[in-house]
Design a protein around this ligand. Sequence first.
Ligand code: GLN
Length: 279
Amino acid sequence: MNVLHIAPGTSIGALLHKPPLDPLEARVLLSHALRLSRVQLITRAEQPLGEEDARRVAALFQRRIDGEPIAYLVGEREFFGLMLHTTPEVLIPRPETELLVELALQYLPQGGRLLDLGTGSGAIAVAIAHERPDAQVTAADTSVAALRVAARNAERHAVTVHFIESDWYAAVPDVAFDVIVSNPPYIVSGDPHLSQGDLRHEPIDALTDHGDGLGALRRIVAGAPARLLPRGWLLMEHGYDQAAAVRAMLAADGFSRVQSWRDLAGIERVTGGVFDQRG
Ligand code: GLN
């Protein structure tokens, strides 16, 4: 419901500081609604808004005030230096997930094969394929709507990613990978964060396993040995308090070099290991 009114003739400058909107967010939304760069918003601060623009800005501001995430309102979000289409069908790419990309790039050999499970927007797979055109990147998701967004992102950045509709490993082709990565749903069912802020608008199946938070991680670990080349790495993002549990899972399933890496906030965010026992 649009209750916010912006009178035609209001200047752009006046809208750059319009509580309760955060000024940074107001700038992003104005830039999107008026198709002006950040610099143009400043140089045209005195310019009055026409009727149509005033209505469009008011509607967008109101949706933000009602809680819709900026990334969905403007339809894109930057990840690993790439602008990615971002719709409510996919999790919004997050900066901490760039750690997973960096580690995958480090462990992926020249010409290697990589599998991204639960690709969502395709952020991880597209970033890796963009950085490493030599790699063969496969990305799976159970959501056809997400795969459509991911395919648009691959196209937007002119990279080749082989997308498959698959419930984790179920439909993954029977080849062995050098690296398997995943940012699966890992929030515990009923966690209060799920009903707060931007998370309320994100696909619930991308956020939680509807259980203890480790369900998807368990399935990914369990299926990895059959899909990894000798000395291949499995790397998974997880919640702030799950690193020890994920390391224990990997150790129990015979992985070696099991370790966790911290994100920029200092939180153990990615855990991985190598599978090199062949029976
Ligand atoms: N990192 C996200 C959050 O806590 C969760 C994403 C996920 O479950 N993979 O908001």
